[in-house]
Design a protein around this ligand. Sequence first.
Ligand SMILES: [Zn+2]
Length: 477
Amino acid sequence: MSLRIHCLLAFLLVAAVGCGPAAQSAAEPPAPAGPPAAASAPALPSGAVPAGEDPRIHEIVAAASPERIERDIRRLEEFGTRHTFSDTLSATRGIGAARRWIHAELEGVSRDCGGCLEVGYVSDILPGGTHPRIPDDVNIVNVVAIQRGSASPERFLIIQGHLDSRATDVMDAEIDAPGANDNASGTAAVMEAARVLSRYEFDATIVYAALSGEEQGLFGGEILAEHALAEGWDVQAVLNNDIIGNTRGITGLADNTTMRVFAPGIRPDADEAELRRYLYSGGELDTPSRQLGRYVVRTAERYLPTLEAQLIYRLDRFGRGSDHTPFFLRGFPAVRLTETHEDYTRQHQDVRVEDGIEYGDVADAVDFEYTARMTALNLAALASLAWAPSTPREVTVAGAVQPHTTLRWERGADRDLAGYRIYWREPTSATWDHSRWVGDVNEYVLENVVIDNHFFGVAAVSRGGHESLVVFPRPGR
Ligand SMILES: [Zn+2]
């Protein structure tokens, strides 16, 4: 798929005509509780190991509200269809009304935090005929809110979900396409993330993005990923939420205790030097996206004991895709978060009853409590990364024909940097099973750990104990 960008990407920091603040009703769930956090963690006594747990993240996890998420999903369903080619002028039906409502909600969140969010649109016009699912010119419009970091604003973390929907015929822009689970659920997660996290101040910048054009060919993701490149964003994580609210699968199995993280491997445009490096020194299981996947798994273990995250070494479900793909293809760490048990009678289907089976992606089939926990996992991972130092750079490993393994890296300049933690594991293990806090150094010799029999990584740690993604080292001297 090729995307020809034929006009300037525009980030419009103005509200669209006719999108005033959302009406506040008496039934509206309360705003997230909890005071804004202090900017930096207290100083650590010399030689101490930073704690691995932050009470503020327990607060953040508890703040994700099933009631607000249900309200958002039902409100998005009320637009009838959010098909990319649906009505953009109506105030009540179609993708235009839906994106203006999301924009207004995020503006409301920003007002509540003293203007902490920059709310706007990142859009581009796709010319008709450039893709089988783009027959006519269409403006693909993403709603984006940016919460700038206080210490390292150049470092970007993105939470996203697509707001567009479809029915059985992917080209039918008129028929109802409620898209409650696919993907009002992911869109609601993005909006709830903005509500909860905007109460805190973070080191890194967080981007909340409701994307469009996904069902036609991942176009909103393409546009935002290109925007990130053009703006020079140092994107250190993309959490893509797509289909996160169903707990009763097509097989009849009901399970609200697990979820999946799809984490891709080698990029298809890897050059020969990169492929040779995988061959001779490993790393094909340790792409940045897989480090992000492991981070989500570890975050769930620490902060969400009732949600088991399953790491899957794939780009996505078999033969299917979502908006993390354009980011992954551009070299950004990107994963897809999704439910474990899908119900295909609820996806991409006209709403109908046939042979006694209810088809259609309606809100009544969504498990809002589960969606809230999926959202909470996003929040915990984002907060932890946003309070962590930047991902270590220039990480190398050496130790061939020696009993010891030596890791080196460039010391970061982060305000809250406490030091580094080295990780290692047996090559067949999917998770970082061994680790050691090594302090504020830029080199460490791991004695009597043989390089041939293990994989290694390095993470930066803040004084508050927040860790960056682990970096898999290149071969060094
Ligand atoms: Zn989807």
